[in-house]
Design a protein around this ligand. Structure first.
Ligand SMILES: Cc1cc2nc3c(=O)[nH]c(=O)nc-3n(C[C@H](O)[C@H](O)[C@H](O)COP(=O)(O)OP(=O)(O)OC[C@H]3O[C@@H](n4cnc5c(N)ncnc54)[C@H](O)[C@@H]3O)c2cc1C
Length: 313
């Protein structure tokens, strides 16, 4: 059986939603296809009646700074992100993470929206968007409404999110660009020959106060839980401290606790899973998560040491 039968290239969000609705769950959104086409061809996903290619929808191609807010279409490729001067200067972690995804051929077609919609806790672009406290715009198929939601609220488990790519469309993202005394960075550990997902990726966003102490911090480490999560204990280790060797050593020690899962993790198609189905609680970390450390008082909850935020739906 063919992996897909029909291929559509709509030019607007409404057209794409109409097509998805017409197929009633038997069609699926495709962007760069670097994840999806392989999954279909290798039989990891059942064949679909149609693929709805969203790469010609103008709204998904935005890369626009409006004052201190950046709007980024879900269809923007990793290469386009890497080439953006404003992102390099003011959302550095995103450029650093998208710049190491796959090789140039993958980056030239793969999109940030595909990285997020795939919903893997190891997605490099996703890790940075969480540290940037981004919001995602979703066009809901059934309700025919476009809504902004905190990025952390989207994820339900490895490969599972609130977005149903057989009905809904991820339109784009927005986040605050770094201002004075703010900055971000991304690093990851790969297998030596690695061209796929990282062993560990970490994005950090910091704001310093006038005395060069950490005033606000957002840290996302992946994959250490079933969903992309903020590392509260690492953020707490940074807060109020000067950026020096001692602070960094403290943060690294906290990060090692977060990145040492209590239970065995089993790599499986679609991401990490746990044999016991348990949470990603780090041993010895405080229960229930901590309050937000980004200066906005984010909600706690979820695993110890790492927190899923905004579990609103
Ligand atoms: C060789 C290779 C190396 C890779 N290396 C890395 C790596 O280092 N780091 C990493 O994070 N990833 C890596 N990937 C995975 C992949 O390239 C990225 O996740 C990429 O960003 C996916 O984007 P895409 O546009 O190709 O998504 P697609 O394959 O088109 O789609 C992925 C999923 O998202 C859905 N989807 C896509 N766009 C939308 C949308 N706008 N709205 C709703 N649903 C949507 C699709 O239905 C599908 O379920 C690699 C892949 C390959 C093949």
């Amino acid at each position: 059986m063919k992996p897909w039968t029909h291929y559509h290239t709509p030019h607007t969000v409404d057209e794409a939603l109409d097509l998805l609705a017409q197929y009633g769950g038997r069609a699926r959104v495709v962007a760069g296809g670097t994840d999806l086409i392989l999954e279909l061809q290798q039989g990891h996903r059942p064949p679909v009646a149609a693929l709805i290619d969203v790469t010609r929808i103008g709204a998904l191609q935005a890369l626009q700074a409006d004052g201190d807010t950046l709007t980024l279409g879900a269809g923007v490729t990793h290469t386009e992100i890497v080439r953006s001067d404003v992102l390099a200067a003011r959302a550095t972690c995103l450029v650093e993470s998208c710049g190491v995804i796959g090789g140039p051929q993958v980056r030239n077609v793969a999109t940030l929206g595909g990285n997020v919609a795939h919903a893997l806790p190891a997605g490099d672009g996703t890790t940075s968007l969480v540290a940037l406290d981004a919001e995602a715009e979703i066009a809901w198929g059934e309700r025919r409404r476009r809504e902004w939601a905190p990025i952390g609220s989207l994820f339900k488990g490895p490969g599972r999110s609130l977005i149903d790519p057989t009905r809904d469309l991820l339109v784009g993202f927005r986040f605050a660009l770094a201002g004075p005394r703010e900055g971000s960075a991304f690093k990851r550990i790969m297998r030596p020959q690695g061209v796929a997902l990282p062993v560990l990726g970490c994005a950090v966003w910091l704001r310093l106060d006038a005395g060069a102490r950490v005033h606000a911090a957002r840290v996302c480490i992946g994959p250490v839980a079933p969903t992309p999560v903020r590392a509260d204990v690492v953020e707490a280790a940074l807060l109020g401290r000067p950026v020096d060797e001692a602070t960094i050593a403290k943060a690294v020690a906290a990060a090692q606790g977060v990145a040492a899962p209590a239970h065995e993790q089993v790599p499986r198609h679609g991401g990490l899973s746990r044999r016991d189905g348990g949470s990603a609680a780090a041993p010895g970390a405080p229960a229930g998560g901590a309050a937000g450390h980004d200066g906005r008082g984010g909600a706690g909850g979820g695993g110890a040491g790492v927190t899923r935020r905004h579990e609103s739906r």
